[in-house]
Design a protein around this ligand. Structure first.
Ligand SMILES: [Ca+2]
Ligand SMILES: [Ca+2]
Length: 556
């Protein structure tokens, strides 16, 4: 292995013999293919193949850590293996740490030290004397730990609630012997057909849509905060990892994530700002520290946040309205929306639902502790997102079927504090009363939706646009996906909507942003589920019918 430094300098060696390198940040940034791309790190599992400095791929028998910054990469054999990679939010800092090694900075891995005021980056050779617990690297490690890792207690104490089978092995950083999954083919007849279909998608002037990846059953998406790996949930058994290695904004590789685990309806995926992936299943929540780095191999660090049966009472498990979504809140807690299983639930169910958060949103600490009900009166939310501006929680809600084509409206809601009731089942959507509850008094203080959407269009994933690629009018506003109706004589939906916000933080008028997946003759050629933003500000759209992810970009 070798480190290549812009300007031709080169250091040979693995791990303990590469020699510390000092690099100018200004020079380094010139080598970056795009802003934010400068750091990528992979933990290559035991026996994994790694690309060597001579361009060959070889298999290694021990764990290797590889850190890349722009065109620079450093690799080291780590023994014991690192359990994660941390970063300081918003900067270049990136570190490896070890299960026993938060106190050990000289751990057998290269480490990075960035001093932006001095315009320098140092890659430390861990074999050099003087890299001790009291040096600046230690301070940086501690800073990284306090900023990132300490919010993930699993690192310090991997013993999490009674895991089973492979989950237990992964939690103990043991291999499971699982084969590396075969990549999903990305070219061929299907890709060609979807590209043709995309020609009928209508977008505002200056925007274009392209096929980003073929991902079977693609539902909700979580874009990794570091390397931009897209993790994709499904309503089936798999989670997929989608990688665009060359950053040409088309995925190069799609494969099953964590193939040694069996998932049950792993629809909800979300990242903490420090790179911990959460997967919300029908009735379990899992945590994958440093998922963007471990995912290259079949075994990934994994822990249970809530074990099977602890998200809702097992008696309430249903096949209906059971696709979970999750987000990490500004308070660091995990928020999970829990659809209730009925069109309109019976009155006898309401007490249990209100206590457990079914038909609502629950939140909990990232270790699963202190689970509590955050919002009630929600029928089936399959899209939640915090406004990064004012920290309010926005969510879509799918409303009652069987009341005709045009009522009740779908909803986009805004939760401004804990404990709010959003009106269901007294209202079937908006302020349309349900037949079943029309004679029951509506609880005081019910919060009406910010936006009443087209009835039955099935509003699912939503996100706030925080990028700069799109024109000013889109910045800070909400993109949301409509899956399309089933309960309507003339189908509607299958499109991407945009809702700008008013200066006071409430919703302004919603408009259609992208449409055409529903043809003139009422046939769906795709059904959007979720929207997510890549680091370059482009918009990803998932489609579970076509089994694809599209990318919408502006300009260029
Ligand atoms: Ca690519
Ligand atoms: Ca409502």
């Amino acid at each position: 292995m070798r480190i290549e430094v812009p300007g031709g300098a080169e250091a040979q060696g693995i791990g303990a013999s590469f020699g510390s390198q000092h690099i100018s940040l200004t020079e380094l940034r010139k080598t970056m293919p795009f802003p934010g791309s400068f750091v990528a790190a992979d933990r290559l599992n035991q026996g994994a193949a790694a690309e060597c400095g001579d361009g060959e791929r070889r298999r290694f028998q021990r764990t290797i850590l590889r850190v890349s910054i722009g065109s620079i990469s450093t690799s080291a054999i780590c023994d014991p293996p690192p359990v994660g990679v941390g970063s300081l939010p918003g900067s270049l800092h990136r570190f490896a740490w070890h299960a026993d090694g938060l106190r050990r900075s000289n751990c057998g891995c290269g480490a990075l030290e960035v001093d932006e005021t001095a315009d320098s980056l140092t890659i430390h050779d861990p074999s050099e004397p003087g890299v001790t617990a009291e040096d600046p690297m230690k301070r940086l490690l501690l800073a990284a730990v306090s900023a990132a890792a300490l919010s993930v207690p699993a690192f310090a104490q991997p013993a999490v609630q009674s895991p089973t089978g492979n989950l237990e092995r992964l939690g103990n950083f043991q291999s499971t012997g699982t084969e590396e999954p075969k990549p999903i083919p990305q070219e061929g007849r299907k890709a060609d057909a979807l590209r043709r279909n995309l020609q009928s998608i209508k977008l505002p002037q200056g925007f274009k849509i392209e096929l980003y990846a073929l991902v079977p059953d693609a539902r909700h998406m979580a874009v990794g905060p570091n390397a931009g790996v897209v993790f994709v949930g499904t309503r089936k058994k798999n989670v997929y990892a989608v990688t665009d290695r060359d950053k040409d904004r088309v995925a190069d590789e799609v494969k099953v994530f964590a193939p040694s685990l069996s998932f049950n309806l792993p629809n909800g995926v979300c990242f903490s700002p420090d790179g911990v992936l959460y997967v919300a299943e029908q009735n379990r929540v899992l945590q994958f520290p440093a998922a963007e780095f471990f995912y290259e191999g079949p075994d990934v660090a994994a822990f249970q946040v809530l074990k099977q049966g602890d998200l809702i009472p097992a008696s309430e498990e249903s096949y209906n309205h059971t696709a979970r979504v999750c987000r990490i809140g500004p308070d660091g807690k995990i928020y999970v929306a829990l659809g209730q299983p009925f069109n309109v639930p019976a009155k006898e169910k309401l007490d249990l639902y209100n206590r457990t958060g079914i038909g609502g949103i629950v939140r909990m600490d990232q270790d699963g502790k202190n689970k509590e009900v955050f919002a009630t009166g929600v029928r089936n939310s399959v899209g939640i997102e915090f406004n990064p501006g004012d920290k309010t929680l926005w969510f879509t809600d799918n409303q009652v079927d069987g009341m005709g084509d045009d009522i009740p409206p779908g909803e986009i809601n805004r939760a401004t504090q804990a404990g709010q009731n959003f009106g269901f089942p007294w209202y079937g959507g908006g302020t349309v009363r349900t037949t079943e509850y029309k004679n029951d008094p509506v609880p005081a203080g019910v919060v009406n939706p910010q936006v009443e959407m087209t009835a039955h269009a099935a509003d699912l994933g939503l996100m706030f646009y925080t990028g700069t690629m799109f024109p000013q009018q889109y910045r800070g506003g909400i993109f949301s996906a409509q899956h399309g109706s089933w309960n309507r004589t003339k189908p509607v939906g299958a499109r991407i909507m945009f809702t700008p916000l008013k200066p006071d933080g409430t919703a302004d008028k919603t408009q259609v942003f992208a449409e055409g997946w529903l043809t003139e003759n009422g046939e769906y050629i795709g059904r959007p589920v979720d929207v997510a933003m890549l680091r370059d500000g482009s918009l990803l759209v998932s489609d579970d019918t076509a089994g694809a992810i599209y990318r919408i970009s502006y300009g260029q």
